[in-house]
Design a protein around this ligand. Sequence first.
Ligand code: ADP
Length: 341
Amino acid sequence: MSGLSLTDLHKSFGPTQALRGISFDVAEGEIVAVLGPSGCGKSTLLGIIAGLEEPDAGAIFWDDRNLAGVPPHKRGFGLMFQDYALFPHKNVRENVAFGPQMAGWNEAAIRQRVEEALILVGLPDYGERDVASLSGGEQQRVALARSLAPRPRLLMLDEPLGSLDRTLRDRLLVELREILQRTGQTALYVTHDQEEAFSLADRVVVMNQGQVAQIGTPQAVYRQPANPFVARFLGLNNIFQGEVHAGQIRSPIGDFPAPKDAVGTITFLIRPDTVRLDGSGSAQLKGLVLARTFRGGFCRLEIEIASHSLVFDLPSTGIDLPQPGANILLDYDPRDTIQLL
Ligand code: ADP
């Protein structure tokens, strides 16, 4: 295939197994986010792909060529880190020109590419500016221009927006996706932030303790988390075990129709946004409201059902939601039950 291919990568540091068999592909032109909590092995993976670290086992291919033994600067990969500081004593143009210069481009090609890269990131007239005079957001854009300038065949971004405030981060994410897509840039984006991963990536690789927990489009991963780890990482905590008998799940929170093809003991998730109060569901969940929090577009209700605490999100407009202490009957469509592995 064309693009990046990782097969069964392993890496340990003493007794710590940082990577335990990582395999996935990034197609040419694709944006893939590696998403997982701190310590799951994301940075180790990037370091190995970049060639800064050797894997203990497994291989990295680009366009079917094994990169074992190829030094970092010969891989044609670019890196952008959160604290990948700009050179403080060089101006914007000199910072952006750095990569093409190192790659031995001629002067005219460098000048043209720096101009293009600055237009791309929306800073066309910033070439002569001192980097110390730039805002945080502008500095990140210059850092992006610098990473893109040498035309890396793969751009790897390690939490590049981590130090920025939420509003600026959201805006830059939209811009970043647009720039990467417009230039057909193959990219691997590492983050612990699900919103960042979901809004940026074509596909998301969720990692847990050095292994791949799930791979899919953001929509698929959110709609159908594969296992309890992914569900909990996405903030979906209504997870229970039940026994399936004759198409019914018997569970600690009640009995209701089982998902298709479910047999034996299963673990299942009830998504917080799949209940209603309009009498329309083919099943009901009966409980006691423990807490109610206004969250803008929705209200989050914590509800006790048979001594278990569940969380549901209901629209905050148009209906009167019960107060803590009140009983509640939630309408639920059993087809929304998600079976986890
Ligand atoms: P993440 O980037 O997801 O936070 P890392 O790849 O940094 O995760 O770390 C994965 C695991 O490997 C952690 O337990 C970390 O402590 C360990 N680790 C990473 N680098 C080293 C190292 N150079 N020496 C020892 N342990 C390391």
